[in-house]
Ligand binder design. Sequence first.
Ligand SMILES: C[S@@+](CC[C@H](N)C(=O)[O-])C[C@H]1O[C@@H](n2cnc3c(N)ncnc32)[C@H](O)[C@@H]1O
Length: 314
Amino acid sequence: MSAGGPSDGSYSRPMQKHNPSETALKVAHSVLTLSHTGDWNDRLPPRLRQLTEELMIAAKLRRYTPRVIQTARKSWMARMYRWNDLLLPGMFHALGYRKCYINDTALKAIAAGATQVVILGAGFDTLAMRLAPEFAQVHFFEVDHPATAKAKHAAITELGQPDNVHLLSVDLERTKIPQAMAMDKHWQSAAKTLFIAEGLLMYLRHTDVLDLFQQASSCATKGSQIVFSHCLPAWATGTAGTVGRFMVRTVGEPIQSWVNSADLPEYLDSTPWTVVSGVDSDNRHGIERYAVAELLEASSHRPTHPPLGREGWA
Ligand SMILES: C[S@@+](CC[C@H](N)C(=O)[O-])C[C@H]1O[C@@H](n2cnc3c(N)ncnc32)[C@H](O)[C@@H]1O
């Protein structure tokens, strides 16, 4: 199996603890820029462009002033993101494919009876704000580290928080998913749930990725799903990715785990989740691949992983 994480133990903490996540903001601004490129605005989920821009502006971020945010409309900014593809191959367009894939998976899960959507490490993603008005019977929970959640929450409050969007400011290094969810009175463990881990797992250590799956299963019912993106070993360990990896590491969010799509069933074997999406071999997904796993049966028959301790997401 080609999967794993760094073995030298030298990686720093995955994110800055006091400022909103740099990578979350970069994803939002990059997708906003993509929406002004070619026919991408028609291909991306409806209202993604408008809500991303409104959220970023309402968050009143120090580095992303309204003027900086609006550079997304300029063709030179799209060129800059394409040059960035030299470091993160294919990722300018891949983020668009990723947003579409996650959106489609959420729509399918809701059509199949999911009444809860939990977005882990939500960043400046707009899925909850986009889908909540259309699906009033579904509860959307955004979970993020306090440093990022604070800015996002202020923005959502300013834009008008839908009744079925719930914001959980939680450091998942310290609080497990079941405890975090139990803090919200709208959460129901017995309800069919879709968990979303988009652009998140590669920033966690391998053991913590497995622990995250275990935690999610322990508060979810049969038929619940998790949709996620994961980093490919070829980029995460190859010489071609050296400069790109250095770059994400300098913003305090180093790549810490990777796995090939074909190896996912074995990778997740110790968890109660079964990969139901098949092998993703789509090169348009850049240095990532996407997958959906499902709880095909009640999860209690599986061994539990060691609890997330000081080695958690740090
Ligand atoms: C690369 S961003 C992805 C954002 C979003 N999912 C997207 O794709 O647009 C990673 C997100 O994980 C969150 N995160 C990282 N460590 C965390 C922790 N210990 N607890 C909660 N959230 C965390 C960051 O705040 C950030 O929003």
